[in-house]
Design a protein around this ligand. Structure first.
Ligand code: PHE
Ligand code: ZN
Length: 849
C-alpha cells in the first residue's frame, strides 16, 4: 500500500471539509511499544461542503475498534486512512488505536527521545496518532487525558486534573490537529511568571532533562521579553493560564509552536556562556520569540491549507526579525538576514527547487518548509510595510487580528485586509506570492541640467513550470549623495511597477552618487555597472548602514571575481577601503566585523554563473584563501591593535555590545592567525572561559592545520555535552582543507559518538560537508558519494531530514560536465533505492529535472 505512486496535490483543487469537529477527547495510555489512543470526536456535517464523504486520515495505526454513536462499525481502510458510513446529522466517533512510539524514528507523530515521550504533528503527523481529519481548516477544542507513571505529563491548554498516574488538560481555543502536543517524562522545570497588560497572571515553565536545568535562564528571559514586546508592538496578549516550553534532543526542525506547549530542539533553547556562542544566544532568543509570536500569527489565526504556509511563517519570521532588531542592532540584524537570504533563498530560487512563496502544488508538504516560504515570505511582509507605510501597516494588522481571529485564513484574506485598510489595489503585489525566481534589477543613470535620472529594468529568469514572468511592484529605496559625500536626497521609496521605468530627481548641482536599494528594500539582485571608486566612496560615506556594508561587499566580490576569472592580484583599493572602515572607531564593532566578512563561496559560484562562467569550486576556494592572506598582510599592524582593543574584560554577557566586540576581535584573530603560526589563537583557546572565545580560537587552529591538540582537548573537556559535541563534529569539517573534507567527514561518521538517529548530529557532520563547497564539490567526487551513502542509510529511518539534506545537490547544473555526471549518478543511485520515501523521491526528482 505504501508503494502507490505519490500524488501531487494542487491548490486549485481545494474543497472545504465534509465534516466539522465540535470537540475532541483523547486518552493516551502510554507505553513505549503499545501506546493506546482512545478518541471521542463530535462530528457534524459541514453545511458548506460539496460532498458528504466521510474520510479520516490515519497512518501506521492499528485500529482495535471504532464506534459511531456507541455502535461498533467496520470502516473501510484506504491508502491514507479510512472511510465509513455515517449519519446525515451530528454524531460521535470513537476509536481505540495502538501505536508504537519506540519504533517511531521519523520523529513525526508520537515518539520517544532519550526516554521522554514527545510529539510532532506539523504538518501531517497527527494522523500517526489517531484517525482524524488532519487538515488545518478543521479546528476543534481538545481535552486530553494522559495515563502514565512518568512524573511530568503535559499537553495543550490549561491543566484541569492531576492525580496518581494521570493528568488532564483542556485547551479552550479551537485549533487544528497540527498544533496538538503531548510530552511525558522525567523532566525538571525552570519556572517563572508573567503578568499580561490586562493583569492576567501566567505561569511559565521551561522543561528539560535533569542536568540541563542550568541552561534555561536565558530562554526564560527571552520568553518574557517576547511576551512584553508582542503586547507593546502588536497589541497581542497571551491567552492561557500557563505557557510551557520543552527541550527535546531528537527533533527534525528548530522548534514547534503547539498551543501553550512549544516543543524545541534542545539546540534552540538550552544556553549557557560555557557551552553556547554569542550567535547561539541570538538565535535562541529569536526562535523563542518566533514560536511565541505564532500564538497569534499561526494559532489564533491559522492557515486554511498548507499552500498558505507563508501566511503564518513569513509573517512570524518578519515579526521575530523586528523583535531582534529592537532587542539588538537593527542594521546588524538586517545585514545578517540578507547574508542568510542570499546564501539559502537566492540559491533555492536559482535552481531546480525554485517555487513560489505560496506554492501551487506539492507531493510532500514537509519539503516546503523552505527558505523561500520562510525568509522570502518575510521579505514580502517587509516590502508591503514599506509600500503602505508604518501607520497603515499597523492599521492593517489590527484589522487582520480583528477580522480573522479564530479563522483558518488564506493569502487572499491577508491581502484583502491591506486593501481594505489602505484603499490600495494589491493585485500586482500578489505576483510576489505567485511567481518564483529572484528578479534581476538592472540600473543605469544619466545627468543633465540639474536633472538626474535613474532607469530601472526588471527581469526574472524562468523557473520550473513558470517560463513567463510578469513585472512586479518593487519598492526601491534610494538616497543620493553629492560628490563631497553629503546626502542631497534622503531615503525615498521609488515604486517600480513596469518592466522598465525611469525616475527623475531635479534641482541637483552636480551629478550625485546613488545609493540604491537601501536597507535591501526588495529581495532582488541589483545589477549596476559601477566603478570601484564609487563603491569605495559609498563604503566611506553612505548614511544607510546596509548599503555601506553592501558597497564593501561589492568591492570584495568584484575583486574576488577578477582574481578567479583573470588571475588578478587582490584589489588594493578594497584592502585600503576595508582598513579605513576598521580604523573608524565611530562604527559599531559588530558592523565592522560584518564588513570583514567575504561573500560565501557558493554565492561567488552563482555570480560566476550569472557572468556566463562555469565555476570551479577549488579556484573559488583558492581565491578566497589568497585574499584572506592579503588582508592579513596588508593590515598586519592594525589587526593586533584591534584584537587587543576589543578584548572584553567584564564578565560574560550575551548582549549585542559584548557580542559585537568579540566578533570584531575574533575576525581579527582569524587573520592574525595566518601570520603568527596560530600562537595568538592557541593562547586564546587556553584562557577562554566561554564558548564564543573557545570555538573561535579552535576554528583558527583547525584552519591553520594546527588543531590536533586542541581538537582532542576540546573533546575531552566536552564529551558529555551533546550540543557542544555537535560543534566539535561540524567545526572539524567546516574549516578543513578541501582535499581532506570527505575523508575527515567519513572518519567522523565512524566515531563512536556519531549517530544518524539524532538529526542534530547528522546535520553537524554531513551538513557540514555539504556546507563546504570546495570539499563537497571536490573533483574526486568523494563528497558526493559519502553524502549519498548516508542519505540512503537515513531515508528509511528519517525521511524528513533525508529529504531536506538532498538540497545539497540543488546547484548541480552550475558545474562542469564531469561533476554533473557524478552528481547525476548519485541522484540516480538514490532514486533506485527500493522503498525510497515519498519525501526523498519528490526532492531528488525535482532536483534531477
Ligand atoms: N512551524 C515550525 C516553526 O516555524 C517549524 C516546524 C515545521 C517544526 C514542521 C516542525 C515541523 O516554528
Ligand atoms: Zn514558524
Amino acid at each position: 500500500m505504501k508503494d502507490a505512486a505519490p500524488q501531487t496535490i494542487y491548490l486549485k483543487d481545494y474543497t472545504p471539509p465534509s465534516y466539522l469537529v465540535d470537540s475532541v477527547h483523547l486518552t493516551f495510555r502510554l507505553s513505549p511499544e503499545h501506546t493506546r489512543v482512545l478518541s471521542r470526536i463530535a462530528f457534524r456535517p459541514n453545511p458548506d461542503a460539496a460532498t458528504k464523504d466521510f474520510f479520516l486520515h490515519g497512518e501506521e495505526l492499528r485500529l482495535h475498534s471504532a464506534r459511531i454513536d456507541g455502535a461498533e462499525v467496520s470502516p473501510q481502510m484506504t491508502l491514507e486512512g479510512l472511510t465509513c458510513e455515517v449519519p446525515d446529522a451530528p454524531f460521535i466517533w470513537e476509536s481505540d488505536v495502538e501505536i508504537s512510539p519506540i519504533a517511531n524514528t521519523a520523529l513525526e507523530g508520537l515518539y520517544i527521545s532519550n526516554g521522554m515521550y514527545s510529539t510532532q504533528c506539523e504538518a501531517q503527523g497527527f494522523r500517526k496518532i489517531t484517525y482524524y481529519p488532519d487538515r488545518p481548516d478543521v479546528m476543534s477544542v481538545f481535552t486530553v487525558r494522559i495515563e502514565s507513571d512518568l512524573p511530568v505529563l503535559l499537553s495543550n491548554g490549561n491543566p484541569v486534573a492531576q492525580g496518581d498516574g494521570f493528568a488532564e488538560w483542556h485547551d479552550p481555543w479551537p485549533k487544528p490537529a497540527y498544533l496538538f502536543a503531548l510530552v511525558a517524562g522525567e523532566l525538571i522545570n525552570h519556572p517563572d511568571r508573567f503578568t499580561t497588560k490586562s493583569g492576567k497572571d501566567v505561569e511559565l515553565n521551561i522543561w528539560v532533562r535533569p542536568g540541563d536545568e542550568d541552561k534555561c535562564a536565558f530562554g526564560m528571559e527571552a520568553l518574557k521579553k517576547s511576551m512584553k514586546w508582542d503586547e507593546d508592538v502588536y497589541g497581542r496578549e497571551y491567552d492561557l493560564d500557563i505557557f510551557n516550553i520543552v527541550a527535546v534532543d531528537d527533533f527534525n526542525m528548530g522548534a514547534m509552536e503547539n498551543k501553550g506547549l512549544n516543543i524545541f530542539n534542545s539546540s534552540c533553547v538550552l544556553a549557557s556562556p560555557q557551552t553556547s556562542t554569542d550567535a547561539n544566544f541570538e538565535r535562541i532568543e529569536a526562535i523563542i520569540a518566533h514560536e511565541y509570536f505564532h500564538n497569534w500569527t499561526g494559532n489564533r489565526i491559522t492557515c486554511r491549507d498548507w499552500f498558505q504556509l507563508c501566511l503564518k511563517e513569513g509573517l512570524t519570521v518578519y515579526r521575530d526579525s523586528q523583535f531582534t532588531s529592537d532587542m539588538r542592532s537593527a542594521p546588524v540584524k538586517r545585514i545578517e538576514d540578507v547574508i542568510a537570504l542570499r546564501g539559502r533563498q537566492f540559491r533555492e530560487d536559482n535552481g531546480p527547487l525554485a517555487h513560489p512563496v505560496r506554492p501551487d502544488s506539492f507531493v510532500e508538504i514537509n519539503n516546503f518548509y523552505t527558505a523561500t516560504v520562510y525568509e522570502k515570505g518575510a521579505e514580502l511582509i517587509g516590502m508591503l510595510k514599506t509600500l503602505v507605510g508604518d501607520d497603515s501597516y499597523a492599521k492593517a494588522l489590527d484589522l487582520y487580528f480583528d477580522r480573522h481571529d479564530g479563522d483558518a485564513a488564506t493569502i487572499e484574506d491577508w491581502l484583502k485586509v491591506f486593501e481594505d485598510a489602505t484603499g490600495r489595489d494589491l493585485s500586482q503585489f500578489k505576483r510576489w506570492y505567485e511567481q518564483a525566481g529572484t528578479p534581476r534589477l538592472s540600473v543605469s543613470d544619466s545627468f543633465e541640467d540639474g536633472s538626474y535620472v535613474l532607469h530601472f529594468k526588471q527581469d526574472t529568469p524562468a523557473t520550473p513550470g513558470q517560463d513567463q514572468k510578469d513585472p512586479r511592484v518593487i519598492p526601491i529605496a534610494v538616497g543620493l549623495l553629492n560628490p563631497n559625500g553629503d546626502e542631497v536626497v534622503p531615503t525615498t521609496v521609488l515604486e517600480m511597477t513596469e518592466a522598465e521605468q525611469s525616475f527623475r530627481f531635479d534641482g541637483l548641482a552636480a551629478k550625485p552618487v546613488p545609493s540604491i536599494l537601501r536597507d535591501f528594500s526588495a529581495p532582488v539582485i541589483l545589477q549596476r555597472d559601477s566603478t570601484n571608486e564609487e563603491r569605495a566612496f559609498l563604503l566611506a560615506h553612505d548614511t544607510d548602514p546596509f548599503n555601506k556594508w553592501e558597497a564593501g561587499r561589492a568591492l570584495a566580490r568584484n575583486g574576488l571575481i577578477a582574481m578567479i576569472r583573470d588571475g588578478a592580484a587582490p584589489d588594493a583599493g578594497y584592502l585600503n577601503a576595508l582598513q579605513a572602515v576598521l580604523r573608524d572607531d565611530g562604527l559599531d564593532p559588530a558592523f565592522r566585523a560584518l564588513a570583514m566578512g567575504l561573500p560565501g563561496q557558493d554565492d561567488l559560484a552563482q555570480t560566476l554563473v550569472d557572468l556566463g562562467d562555469v565555476p570551479d569550486p577549488m579556484a573559488i576556494w583558492q581565491a578566497v584563501e589568497t585574499l584572506k592572506q592579503a588582508m592579513a598582510q596588508h593590515m598586519q599592524d592594525l589587526l593586533p591593535r584591534i584584537y587587543a582593543q576589543y578584548q572584553v574584560d567584564s564578565p560574560y554577557r550575551p548582549d549585542a555590545d559584548q557580542a559585537g566586540a568579540r566578533a570584531l576581535a575574533n575576525a581579527a584573530l582569524a587573520l592574525i592567525s595566518r601570520m603568527d603560526g596560530g600562537a595568538q589563537a592557541q593562547a586564546q583557546y587556553d584562557r577562554a572561559d566561554n564558548m564564543t572565545q573557545q570555538l573561535a580560537a579552535l576554528a583558527c587552529l583547525i584552519a591553520d592545520g594546527k588543531g590536533n591538540k586542541a581538537v582532542q582537548a576540546f573533546y575531552d573537556q566536552w564529551k558529555t555535552d551533546r550540543l557542544v559535541i555537535d560543534k566539535w563534529f561540524s567545526l572539524q569539517i567546516a574549516y578543513c582543507d578541501p582535499d581532506q573534507a570527505a575523508d575527515i567527514a567519513r572518519a567522523l561518521t565512524d566515531h563512536a559518538d556519531f549517530t544518524m538517529k539524532n538529526p542534530n548530529r547528522f546535520r553537524a557532520t554531513l551538513g557540514a560537508l555539504a556546507g563546504h563547497p570546495a570539499g563537497f564539490h571536490h573533483a574526486s567526487g568523494a563528497g558526493y558519494a559519502l553524502l549519498t551513502d548516508w542519505l540512503l542509510k537515513l531515508d528509511p529511518v528519517n525521511p524528513q531530514t533525508t529529504a531536506r539534506m538532498c538540497s545539497a545537490f540543488e546547484t548541480w547544473k552550475r558545474y562542469d560536465a564531469d561533476r554533473q555526471a557524478m552528481i547525476l549518478a548519485q541522484l540516480d543511485r538514490i532514486l533506485a533505492q527500493p522503498g525510497l520515501s515519498r519525501d526523498t523521491t519528490e526532492m531528488v526528482t525535482r532536483i534531477r529535472n
